[in-house]
Design a protein. Structure first.
Length: 239
């Protein structure tokens, strides 16, 4: 669905309110070929029996440096002033389930919560939920005609700051790939991409997937139908 500019701005504002605390900055500390900076986001999955599981998702290209870090924005931790600036992970690749076929990496968040508890603080996040994550039927409706897309990311500002940003772009299908049709700034790799569909009374947000490295003037997405499949396939230590 392609929206008019005023409606796009309204959706971008609402997206920041609803999910601005779902994203965190991540950094490859080797500054590798995929770029040093990216964005990761929290995904909450409801499984059989009412169990809730939480994961951190990003682009796999960001997760192979020997050492990496997850930045701690003040808004996503509590109490104020207790957490440090970042969680540094000495075995960065080992923290993730790597899906190079999909282009995504998946981290169960139990270790992040245990780290916070040990340091005397708690995560205070929002999550992309199953209700927002696009299913196969939503992805299948994306055609060659561009539709409005909203990329929620932490950009790269002066002095290494990571400001919360929404890039209003377009998304379309090209062959077997769903793509953001323009290149994105530094820091957007791994960020969630949202589209809209018509609801009963208003447009409804759906998370289409996450940003993969730039190619041919745009960015292919790891789409959420396949992310769902990857998570459902099982992670180490989970039934």
């Amino acid at each position: 669905m392609l929206l008019d500019p005023e409606t796009e701005n309204d959706v971008a504002y609402e997206l920041c309110q609803l999910l601005g605390r779902s994203i965190v900055p991540i950094s490859r500390l080797d500054g590798g070929p995929a770029g040093a900076f990216g964005t990761a986001f929290f995904f909450r999955q409801l499984v059989a029996g009412g169990e809730v599981r939480e994961y951190l998702l990003t682009a796999d290209a960001l997760t192979h440096a020997p050492v990496g870090e997850i930045g701690l924005r003040p808004s996503v931790t509590e109490p104020a002033g207790v957490a440090g600036a970042a969680v540094v992970l000495a075995d960065f690749p080992g923290e993730w389930l790597h899906r190079p076929d999909l282009g995504a990496a998946i981290m169960p968040t139990a270790g992040l919560h245990e780290h916070a508890d040990s340091q005397g603080w708690r995560w205070r996040t929002q999550q992309v939920t199953d209700a927002i994550a696009a299913r196969a039927d939503v992805i299948a409706r994306i055609g060659a005609e561009p539709g409005s897309a909203f990329v929620l990311a932490l950009g790269v500002g002066e002095g290494g700051s990571r400001p919360l940003e929404v890039a209003i772009k377009q998304v379309a299908r090209e062959g077997d790939s769903v793509r953001v049709t323009a290149e994105l700034p530094a820091g957007y790799l791994g960020a969630p991409v949202f589209g809209v569909q018509a609801g009963d009374d208003e447009v409804e947000l759906r998370c289409l997937g996450l940003v993969l490295p730039a190619r041919d003037g745009g960015h292919p997405l790891a789409t959420f139908d396949r992310i769902h499949e990857a998570v459902a396939a099982g992670l180490p230590g989970q039934g």
